[in-house]
Design a protein around this ligand. Structure first.
Ligand SMILES: *Cc1c(COP(=O)(O)O)cnc(C)c1O
Length: 354
């Protein structure tokens, strides 16, 4: 039974569960609580299924063009993938090929070490400080590349563009990836730094702020040269990654900027009032600029609250991992969903045995 010796063995990423219960409140995977733009629904309803006989556009041209126009860059600077997970996986494969370790925070998106292991990329984590902030000085050591989310996950903390630039300035010889999955909830994108740094890759997604996690659309923006290398790898892997409906509906979502601003604005407003209410209940958390808060309670252990909520079909995310095992990541839902969460906590927190 020697064949097992030559198997690539990996410990896969564990995504948040996707329960499907009536009346559940799903606040565990940072999806948008509002539907996609009205134009998306209309277009989906009238979709021409005969076109499904054909291969989709392997360059995803209309979507690349729509994103280039929206963000004010050239189409040669945009790369689209099947969710930003696909974009990030391609970026790891393309840009992290050094013998030196890549660097990322110790508390961060838990897919980074999985891709590093999958591709056998050496890596080193840099501890966030006691307030969950990135220490830019940690990123001034020899390395084979850098990746961090901004705002970070699961903390929700945003680093200023000065911090991002300090890291870029010290790392002109490697690729620096800024994962901006949550940038649309009040942060300032690093896109403005692209003119100065041709080694910067900014990754974003339609899964959170654009309410389309189910369609799997992610993209990144970088220098033409960098995007060229990314396309070479993509076309050496699978030419037709993104299906036709996703391409067409993605363009439609980008078109409706008013709706986008309205829904992200609503989520920001809900987040800010939920912060106040959670504080009153004895929770503390880093000051989130994302569509979730990472909260721990002054008396009741996070795991117990997690279980109590789950029993009531209120789903939040909990990790039994060092440093973060007393915090819950709570996605910001609609006002009504958050009211139900807060009401439950008000009534039940005191009853949980600590
Ligand atoms: C959600 C998330 C992603 C991946 O999202 P996709 O659905 O694959 O686009 C990437 N990075 C971070 C930090 C995330 O939270």
């Amino acid at each position: 039974m020697n064949w097992e010796e030559n198997v690539r063995k990996v410990v896969p990423y564990v995504a948040g569960e996707q329960p499907n219960k009536q009346n559940m409140i799903k606040l565990n995977t940072n999806e948008c609580p509002y539907p996609p733009a009205p134009g998306v629904e209309k277009l989906a309803a009238g979709m021409n299924c005969d076109a499904l006989r054909l291969y989709p556009d392997s360059n995803t041209t209309p979507l690349v063009d729509a994103l280039a126009e929206y963000y004010g860059v050239s189409s040669k600077q945009v790369f689209v993938g099947v969710g930003s997970d696909d974009v990030l996986a391609m970026a790891f494969l393309t840009f992290f090929n050094s013998d030196k370790p890549i660097l990322f925070p110790d508390v961060t998106y838990s897919f980074y070490d999985v891709w590093a292991d999958l591709y056998r990329i050496p890596y080193k984590t840099c501890a966030l400080d006691e307030n969950w902030h990135i220490c830019p000085s940690d990123y001034k050591q020899p390395n084979g590349g850098i990746i961090f989310p901004n705002p970070n996950a699961p903390t929700g903390l945003l680093e200023s563009l000065d911090v991002v630039e300090e890291i870029l300035e010290a790392n002109r010889d490697v690729i620096v990836i800024v994962d901006e999955a949550y940038i649309d909830f009040g942060g300032t994108s690093a896109l403005s730094l692209l003119e100065k740094y041709d080694n910067l890759l900014v990754v974003q997604t339609f899964s959170k702020s654009r309410a389309m996690a189910g369609l799997r659309i992610g993209f990144c923006i970088g220098s033409e040269k960098l995007i060229g290398y990314l396309n070479d790898v993509k076309f050496s892997f699978n030419s037709y990654t993104m299906n036709m409906p996703s391409q067409v509906l993605g363009v439609e979502a980008v078109k409706d900027d008013a709706y986008f601003k309205e829904t992200t604005g609503k989520i920001i407003a809900t987040r800010e009032r939920v912060k106040k209410e959670l504080k009153e209940l004895g929770f503390s958390f880093p000051d989130s600029m994302a569509n979730f808060v990472f909260a721990s309670h002054e008396n009741v252990p996070a795991e117990k609250i997690f279980k109590a909520l789950r029993e009531a079909d209120i789903y939040v995310r909990y990790w039994n991992k060092p440093r973060i095992n007393n915090s819950l990541r709570i996605t910001i839902g609609t006002d009504e969903e958050m009211d139900r969460l807060i009401a439950f906590l008000k009534q039940e927190l005191g009853k949980i045995e600590v």
